[in-house]
Design a protein around this ligand. Structure first.
Ligand SMILES: [Zn+2]
Length: 494
């Protein structure tokens, strides 16, 4: 199928960041065949782009679709106490495959509506991951037409060994319940199955997620790296999101978690590190030297009170930064427009040297060009150029957000919230046209999921009650860690 986009303002994000006026773009199958003025072709379909902006689709480099049932549920909890409710260690799950499908789809629909064409979803399944559940996640993204990098988030440490000071603060009577040991062989066997079924098929890629280094044994981390190298998978892990994780590094390894994985040989260019809020410049240098990536999730970091990632310091230290929303329970939405705005604004309050603040175009690149490497999709995505996949969003410029029209990048970062995205194309397939989702019945999906919400809530309520018995202990661990890291607030953020 050939689709011709006619008479557009085209923001290419190519090597010279060209902006073309009254230009055409020809899509042939999944690829961009030509970009230029007055392309004379007889395509199967023409989209008139007069008064519209054609730009690359946005990438959400980090989310957790398993949290999609938690939109609007939590407030005023920092990460570790919050995880008692968002990833409960006691009870919870398993969920029906249909619920997993619909839960994934509700997030996918929102992302298409907001101009996203490719996602990196780090999915945890409670009480443990199953092939049936993961098939539903992949299937939902395939059905809507999004390009998906999907991770099976697992670790082989028991809860008692994931956090510092558990034996000091958690009453002994709970230790056994919190000591169920995930089975390494079973987890790697599941990964083999998921890879066989989905990797590099139907626009999907499997990502190896190790959740966070302190939630895994070193042996597990290195086995994960072996598997990622064998199948050429990207890797995902959470590092130094919170003050508590800074203490965890010192307690578990006698050093920063970044330095630990570097010495282990785990820090490579296939790794995307999520968060990095509490990194020092030495950590950043190691990440830059390895060619690894850091996914910045500013909204989630604010909602959980984790802190503000030192974005400009990362960039100054040559770290590849990409943007993500993080999961629905620490963000409540999947908007990369909102994420770009927060990233742009937060970096300004870190210091007064305004000449070094990243401009709106540089911020956009964190969601458009930089993710191609994190996704390990450099040949196919990261800008509008011939030979690359047609991953495109078309934006209406006759709207309040673009009136009066000034700097296009400023409008996109500071004014647009996604509501002017009219048409979205991923790998040459139209997913939304004139704000109508073409591949799924949006209304039916929402109604069916709403119909299942009562039962989910009832079950979840019991889980939350069960897990709240651990709250006083986790709270004490949290307080002890925060006290130890007070000095970092002034040491790191300069
Ligand atoms: Zn995350």
């Amino acid at each position: 199928m050939k689709i011709l986009l006619k008479n557009a303002k085209i923001l290419t994000f190519n090597a010279s960041d060209e902006i073309l006026e009254h230009a055409d773009l020809l899509i042939n199958g999944r690829k961009i065949e030509k970009i230029g003025n007055k392309i004379e072709e007889l395509p199967d379909k023409v989209i008139d782009c007069t008064d519209k902006l054609v730009m690359p689709g946005l990438v959400n480099s980090h989310l957790h679709s398993d949290e999609n049932m938690f939109r609007g549920l939590f407030d005023n909890l920092p990460l570790e106490p919050w995880m008692l409710y968002s990833c409960p260690p006691l009870m919870y799950g398993p969920f029906s495959e249909r619920l997993i499908y619909l839960r994934t789809m509700i997030g996918a629909m929102e992302m298409v509506r907001k101009g996203i064409t490719c996602i990196q979803d780090d999915v945890s399944e409670c009480p443990k991951a199953t092939l049936g559940g993961y098939n539903q996640v992949f299937q939902a993204y395939k059905d809507i037409g999004l390009k998906g990098n999907i991770a099976v988030n697992m670790g082989d440490r028991k809860y008692m060994d994931k956090l510092p000071y558990t034996r000091e603060f958690i009453p002994e009577k709970y230790h056994e319940q919190l000591s169920s040991q995930p089975e390494q062989e079973e987890m790697f066997a599941l990964y083999e199955e998921v890879i066989k079924r989905w990797d590099k098929k139907d626009g999907m890629k499997v990502v190896f997620s190790t959740s966070a280094p302190q939630r895994c044994t070193d042996e597990y981390l290195m086995r994960a790296l072996d598997m990622a190298e064998k199948y050429d998978l990207p890797m995902h892990t959470h590092i130094l999101e919170t003050r508590m994780q800074r203490v965890t590094g010192a307690e578990f390894y006698g050093k920063s978690i970044v330095r630990h994985i570097k010495e282990l040989g785990f820090l490579t260019d296939r790794l995307t590190i999520i968060h990095g809020v509490w990194m020092d410049e030495r950590d950043m240098g190691l990440i830059a030297d390895a060619g690894a990536y850091v996914a910045h999730n500013p909204v989630s970091n604010l909602k959980l009170g984790s802190g503000i990632m030192p974005l400009r310091k990362m960039v100054k230290n040559r770290v590849n930064v990409v943007l993500g929303t993080d999961g629905m329970s620490s963000n409540d939405g999947y908007s990369i427009f909102e994420t770009m705005k927060f990233a742009a604004l937060l970096q300004k309050v870190m210091d007064s040297d305004y000449r070094t603040w990243l401009d709106a175009k540089a911020i956009m690149k964190l969601a458009v060009t930089a993710p191609a490497g994190s996704l390990r999709r450099k040949a196919e995505t990261g800008g509008l150029e011939t030979g690359k996949d047609a991953d495109i969003c078309i934006i209406n410029l006759k709207s309040e957000a673009f009136t009066p029209f000034n700097d296009v990048y400023n409008h996109l970062v500071y004014c647009e919230d996604g509501s002017d995205v009219e048409t979205v194309i991923a790998a040459g397939q139209i997913l939304m046209e004139d704000r109508k989702l073409l591949n799924v019945d949006e209304k039916a999906m929402i109604e069916e999921l709403q119909g299942m919400t009562g039962e989910f809530k009832e079950r979840y309520k019991r889980t939350a009650e069960e897990n709240s018995i651990l709250m006083p202990s986790v709270d004490q661990i949290y307080k002890k860690c925060v006290k130890q890291t007070e000095e970092y607030t002034c040491n790191l953020f300069v």
